[in-house]
Write a protein that binds this ligand. Structure first.
Ligand code: WTA
Length: 660
């Protein structure tokens, strides 16, 4: 069943629980509409109010939005603040130093609570250590770390001294890490000896060594290593330093570096439809405002809440809803090192029960894989755990199919917890379209309505609004504080990718297709309209995978498309032409495995094609363009309805229909 068909079949509406509405930060639809109206009436005044109420400023801003250099918008530009001060010091100064900031649970189940005072001390010590190594405001520091307290400390320490961090997900290969180190011009790298996931140790330091040896990143003078496992590592004296040694004699205070609101807090690489991954640059003031504000609105954050976002700090969700949002609010959160299926597929439910988690935020892929496990084994079914502490559930990263939504609602949320299906992107910095738990009636599979102040709309190819009920291109009409500022080092690409002339140059192009419901105006996201795939909620460019494949000496040509997948949302299917004869049988299987491993090395295991098809050629039009629609049909195993009369060798369709 397609996503749209299943949305159409599930038309039940789930109103917010009355008790939730009574105590919510946005108590009901009237309150929501009042905020929307406030933003419409006085756009800048609305954002200025939130920025004053939610953040602590060293120097108050007098300007709000500056559109004079559109689309390079600035927000709160003459205000000064520090993200680490807002995340830590202000809570300690308010007398909440003994509140637990992070409940860290390791892969093996060991639990370490860290208070706000502790965390502040650790961040200051590491910030001082970075300064001693000559790292200063404006420098870029790459962080290639496991999920850990130390990872959060490293990010916050950069923010404290005004260095811009660029976190690279620990699952990326040495080549991907090298490309990011080079592109961002890093002067330091923070990593760890190994990372533990599902009982297995993965050698981060040796991958980092490989990345550095590939060259182009000679500016990296210090490599600071967190000792996670004590596993053996190679050591470059003079360059490599142990984290515990560099912080040992540092004082636990460090005056924050006050920065302008537009100062780049971080650069995070993400995949686009063309070329290499792009470094999405975020500001300090606007980003932090929205990370904190959406904690309040979307997650109805309360000081007593235990919040748990299962994302990795290597992705935007981990930036906004682990490192910054929950800490900026002074909240308590669970941070988890491991994977949902270790030691068994009940791990999430067990952790929710043990830590009495109130707000739980995860990805549809995780839910779908846990449904399968729960149905096969009652011991790991959420009903076997006491999940009564939960009050709100959330999802992010990809569309959630209504079947998975209903299962999550009934079995995890006990039919009592609203689900916030949050649509947003690396570029948006925080939630954009999402239900509010005390206000919005829920429809499974729909992310419902834009947050107050967010002017999301659906337009056609020329930028004209389309009526509700008619699908189109998802855009945002007005700039918002937490939006991407530019692509690091490539402002032209920023303009072209996000403010294309075809749409008039004034609309932010999200890259997703969407439709609004005729009656409710609710948004449903239909997936990417460009060549970006979404596999288990991870963004991958088809071009990146194609480039990785053709870099293999055996490969002459490759084309990559996505195919719907029950668990991962989409799966990568690669069509490959070798420089030698088309392999068959066992040889094809062997070569397919080789190519998979190759892509794993080039990009990272998340990009490995699930399905590889070998052909003597690829289907092309007369002008030589690869017929991707045809490939998508072949990938799905659909009957070919397109006109294929222009194909030189129709026999290749049969070849490409067969998986290796
Ligand atoms: C998709 C992740 C449907 C979408 C925060 C978007 C979603 C891309 C949802 C961004 C959702 C994210 N429903 N699709 N609730 N949330 N997406 O940059 O295609 O890793 O463009 O940011 O994920 O992925 P990114």
């Amino acid at each position: 069943m397609s996503a749209i068909e299943s949305v159409l079949q599930e038309r039940r509406v789930f109103p917010p629980p009355a008790a939730m509405t009574a105590s919510a930060s946005v108590p009901g639809m009237d309150a929501y509409l009042a905020l929307v109206a406030e933003a419409e009436r006085d756009y800048e005044g609305f954002w200025a109010r939130l920025a004053r109420e939610t953040l602590t400023w060293k120097t108050p801003f007098t300007k709000v939005l500056d559109e004079s250099n559109a689309p390079f918008y600035t927000w709160f530009e003459d205000g000064e603040l520090n993200a680490s001060y807002n995340s830590l010091d202000r809570h300690v100064e308010a007398g909440n130093g003994e509140r637990v900031a992070v409940i860290f649970e390791a892969d093996d189940g060991a639990v370490t609570p860290v208070t706000y005072s502790d965390l502040l001390g650790r961040v200051c010590r590491f910030a001082n250590a970075l300064k001693k190594r000559g790292i200063k405001k404006g420098d870029r520091v790459v962080i290639y770390m496991p999920m850990s307290i130390e990872g959060i400390v490293a990010m916050q320490a950069c923010a404290r001294i005004g260095a811009t961090h660029s976190v690279v997900f620990g699952g990326f290969s040495s080549k991907s890490l090298n490309e990011r180190l080079v592109d961002v011009g890093a002067t330091a790298l923070v990593t760890s000896d190994e990372q533990m996931r599902g009982g297995k140790a993965l050698p981060l330091k040796s991958i980092a060594d490989e990345a550095l040896a590939m060259g182009g990143c000679e500016a990296v003078k210090s490599v600071i290593v967190y000792r996670r496992t004590g596993g053996k590592v190679a050591w470059d004296e003079g360059r490599d330093l142990w984290m515990h040694e560099v912080v040992a004699n540092e004082p636990d205070t460090c005056v924050p570096e006050w920065v302008g609101a537009e100062h780049p807090l971080f650069i995070l690489y993400t995949s686009g439809s063309t070329g290499k991954p792009k470094g999405v640059q975020h500001s300090t003031g606007g980003f932090l405002l929205w990370a904190a504000q959406t904690m309040k609105w979307t997650f109805d954050w309360k000081p007593t809440d235990i919040f748990w976002c299962t994302a990795d700090i290597g992705w935007i969700t981990g930036h906004s809803y682990i490192t910054y949002g929950p800490l900026a609010m002074g909240g308590t959160q669970v941070v988890f090192e491991g994977v949902p299926t270790y030691p068994n597929a009940g791990r999430f439910w067990d952790m929710i029960a043990r830590h009495k988690v109130n707000v739980f935020y995860t990805a549809p892929t995780a839910i779908r894989s846990l449904i399968k496990a729960a149905e096969a084994d009652a011991k790991v079914h959420p009903k076997s755990y006491d999940l009564s502490s939960l009050r709100i559930l959330g999802t992010v990263g990809e569309p959630i199919n209504p079947e998975a939504w209903v299962w999550y609602h009934e079995n995890v949320g006990g039919a009592r917890c609203p689900i916030v299906d949050t649509w947003w992107q690396t570029e948006t910095g925080g939630h954009m379209i999402t239900p509010l738990p005390g206000a919005t009636p829920l429809v499974p599979g729909s992310c419902t309505l834009p947050l107050p102040g967010i002017t999301a709309a659906i337009v056609d190819e020329t930028g004209q609004d389309v009526p509700n009920g008619q699908g189109g291109i998802l855009v945002v009409k007005r700039p918002w504080p937490s939006m991407i500022r530019t692509i690091w080092g490539d402002p032209e690409r920023f303009k072209k990718s996000y403010y294309p002339e075809e749409l008039g140059g004034k609309l932010y192009l999200a890259g997703d297709g969407s439709v609004r419901d005729k009656e409710t105006g609710y948004f449903t996201i239909m997936g990417r309209i460009d060549d970006v795939l979404n596999v288990s909620g991870h963004r991958l460019g088809t071009m990146e995978i194609e480039s990785a494949l053709v870099a293999n000496p055996l490969v002459a040509e490759a084309a990559v498309v996505g195919r719907p997948d029950d668990t991962t949302g989409e799966a990568v299917v690669a069509f490959v032409v070798l420089k030698r004869a088309r392999p068959q049988g066992d040889e094809a299987v062997k070569l397919a495995n080789e190519l998979r491993a190759w892509v794993g090395k080039e990009i990272g295991p998340i990009a490995k094609p699930k399905d590889i098809r070998f052909g003597e050629n690829l289907p092309k039009t007369r002008s030589g363009k690869i017929m991707r629609r045809l490939l998508r049909s072949l990938a799905k195993g659909e009957a070919i309805t397109q006109d294929v009369s222009t194909l030189e060798n129709p026999a290749i369709l049969e070849q490409l229909g067969e998986s290796a």
